[in-house]
Design a protein around this ligand. Sequence first.
Ligand code: ADP
Ligand code: MG
Length: 238
Amino acid sequence: MASVILNGVRKTFGAVNVIPGIDLEIESGEFVALVGPSGCGKSTLLRMIAGLEEVSGGEVWIEGRKVNDVSPKDRNIAMVFQSYALYPQMTVAENMSFNLRLAKKPKAEIRERVAEAARMLDLEALLDRKPGQLSGGQRQRVAMGRAIVRSPKVFLFDEPLSNLDAKLRVAMRAEIKQLHQKVKTTSVYVTHDQIEAMTLADRLVVLNKGHVEQQGSPLDLYNRPANLFVAGFIGSPA
Ligand code: ADP
Ligand code: MG
């Protein structure tokens, strides 16, 4: 079953036509990377899936429900950004449980979910620390933990690793991959880093100026780029 469906989704900002119209289906459990150069509309598209940006036209479906008029918190999605946006005055555990507490989940259930996420992300020893006492990689893991505890149907990632140094980026890539193998949550991952996309994703969607140039498995796109833009972006074989 398709988890996320975009049907002729468009976006204009004033007179600027940023996304002329995109059709896309993402299967349940699939890991899809939206790739393309800076300014091509990746974040805008992701934000429309999240409900943080209204569509100018077309339909967004999540888990069989048209969500055009559904608020972000009722879309069953969780988003991880490049700026972790953790609450500095709260501990790791409090940061991770914040949305569950807002949703008035039972205390025992909150404790259990936070413990489970902490185990998965190797955060157990850090639960009482404040974000200021963590490294960049640890903070990014807390941000992911905060997303996971809500058991969303869809994870949306917007360049989550771009603030980390190169070495940490590679390590976190592996963690995200492992995490997806464990939880199998449908994931839409935005990046301008083609290597990151190729390592992580089942399928790449290459965007250029708000439209899809080509989509397919990393190997397909690498071996059979449809045009020079894709070849240049993915890096064609010598
Ligand atoms: P990407 O994430 O691929 O770098 P964005 O989705 O952020 O690209 O932006 C796509 C285009 O839309 C850019 O030209 C950007 O300047 C424009 N844009 C994004 N957000 C707004 C906004 N709120 N108002 C006007 N233009 C915007
Ligand atoms: Mg962006």
